[in-house]
Design a protein. Structure first.
Lengths: 349, 349
């Protein structure tokens, strides 16, 4: 099937470009001796995770236990879950998964460490737990090297757990000095930081500038989007993910309405103006959305589209867009080669 | 199962409240002799659509053909699709559906009318097509009464189609005068406006102030959310839809992180500040999100939550939130009574 035959809105990935993106970033990290642990929250598709592993990734990163269960079911055996796991039924599921595959986790409080200890003992295994620290994002993570060192020692003392190192998001100017300060505090206790997991697509090409970082977690690098374009991490001709839409209305000389809105593109702005880049009309401004309508101002375009014309867009945020579709079509040279269900979509728990 | 046993993030609907909301709005429209044609884009669940029909709705409204197919599969026989249908394979699906159920549609251009005519003739049926006009939203719809009248006559002349009336969104101060102006123009052609379909939850309790409106399309009234609260269409104690989350981190004295972010709540702001109302902490400010983390400032709260504490939220926009979940749990008196798959989720085409 040709992509022109797909009903819109449709989500397509150019397989040649995605494969090149996977290879390019793996090559960069290999060159600098940094382990690659890609974040699958971006695609939620086991087959793409397997392509990342085949290219040299040491394992994958999942944000939710439900995602990890689906990836494990598909045969993936090394998963990092850098998310505070809480709740007895969730910890039971975690224990079940820990019996089957190699899991590592994070914690930023003693409450989380205690739960992980119970899960590990229930599974009869040892879980590697990294301490999450806040590098300035203001999300999760301990705030100071003292807290990090104290939590590391709590992990090391907890039956069933092993102190696995440190984790933060994103990797930035604070990362190395924080790790060094924690190391100083842990030396006395005889604990070593064997793994420092950094992350972020926006800082992916600077991973080598941080000598303390031993592995990198990035997600969006396989697709690219307007956010990664803006931050200079990818070029337009390297972006592999597109949304195809159809112009369904031309009510005025300059207004065009297409059949994709916030349930297709998400409302994520990520600091950008507008909701997507229309490749056929780069001067158009995708100015508004309702749930199933995209509202585009074509006034800056010399030629304007006709009703029924198909458009190809780079969305603002690839992760959120894939999460809204049931299927991703893999294409090569304009032909649909395969269809992947977005398997871990909605795996929120 | 008690709702406290649901793993978070979880989506729950209080069935007593939802049933009361369905009954209350149906009663209002009945009292004023306005047909109720609820929009199922809000819930995407056939069983809820059936509850709306059982309460007295004349039929349902779907935004996408894929939604309509799923609703028809579940036994619903009267569906309004106020969306420009384009593309040959979509029109073939439309023809198939038109053979099985009563479908009505809209158009705002001759191109759309031509396609609908082909679908109707292929189905061997007559399709009722309403003309969509723009009441000021600046989305789809013809711009002037002259254009509306001309398109109505085009529909009436098209084999397989019948001019079904007018449609607009939302119902507002322009609605009645626009309809009257079109009627004047159609009188000479012997065409009558048998149906004027208005819509919107924000204007739901003013539907009776528009004498030209014969039916009303609303979606969010069954659930309510921060948007409908802000517009005074529902009270907090009538809101039936909640997201349950767990506090997974308390990195600082005032910051709390919960296990729901933009993949749980969507990024829809709809002019609101913050991303949700936390019922246990109404003074908290849900200030930021990443995909799976919600970032809450509890500084205005006398008591602050502990790690592991569960929270109950009213989201900004119920339609977008339901669309992100695989399942909706129906609860009564805190007990889970049933689980509905969000069947038409991702039915974008």
């Amino acid at each position: 099937m040709n992509i022109d035959q797909l009903e819109t809105p449709a989500l397509i990935v150019d397989l040649d470009r995605m494969e090149a993106n996977i290879k390019r970033f793996q090559g960069y990290l290999d060159q600098h001796g940094i382990a690659n642990r890609p974040h699958i929250k971006t695609h939620k598709i086991p087959a793409i995770a397997q392509m990342q592993l085949n290219a040299g990734a040491v394992g994958i990163t999942c944000q939710k236990l439900g995602e990890a269960e689906i990836m494990a079911q598909a045969g993936i055996t090394d998963i990092f879950l850098p998310y505070n796991m809480l709740g007895e039924s969730r910890l039971e599921r975690l224990a079940q998964l820990a019996r089957r595959i190699t899991l590592s986790l994070t914690a930023d409080s003693a409450v989380v460490v205690q739960g992980l200890g119970r899960a590990a003992r229930s599974a009869g295994t040892t879980l590697s737990v990294l301490v999450e620290f806040d590098s300035g994002l203001g999300r999760c993570g301990v705030q100071t090297p003292d807290e990090a060192a104290e939590l590391a020692m709590t992990i090391a003392r907890t039956e069933g757990l092993r102190f696995g190192g440190l984790m933060s998001y994103p990797t930035n100017a604070q990362t190395d000095s924080f790790v060094q300060a924690v190391r100083t505090r842990l030396n006395a206790a005889g604990l070593t930081i064997e793994r420092m997991s950094g992350g972020g697509t926006q800082c992916m090409w600077q991973a080598h500038e941080h000598p303390e970082v031993t592995e990198h977690r990035a997600g969006m690098y396989i697709f690219g989007d307007r956010y990664t374009l803006k931050h200079g991490n990818i070029a337009v001709e390297e972006c592999s993910l597109n949304v195809l839409t159809t112009v369904v209305s031309r009510p005025t000389a300059n207004r065009g309405i297409m059949d994709g809105g916030s349930k297709t593109f998400s409302s994520d702005l990520l600091g950008l103006e507008g909701h997507g880049l229309i490749l056929e009309y780069p001067d158009a401004f995708f100015r508004g959305m309702s749930e199933e309508h995209g509202n585009v101002d074509f006034s800056a375009c010399a030629r304007k589209p006709e009703i029924g014309e198909r458009l190809t867009l780079i969305p603002n945020h690839c992760c959120s867009v894939v999460n809204l579709f049931n299927q991703l079509h893999g294409v090569r040279n304009g032909k649909v080669e395969l269809v992947w269900p977005v398997a871990a979509r909605g795996a929120l728990q």
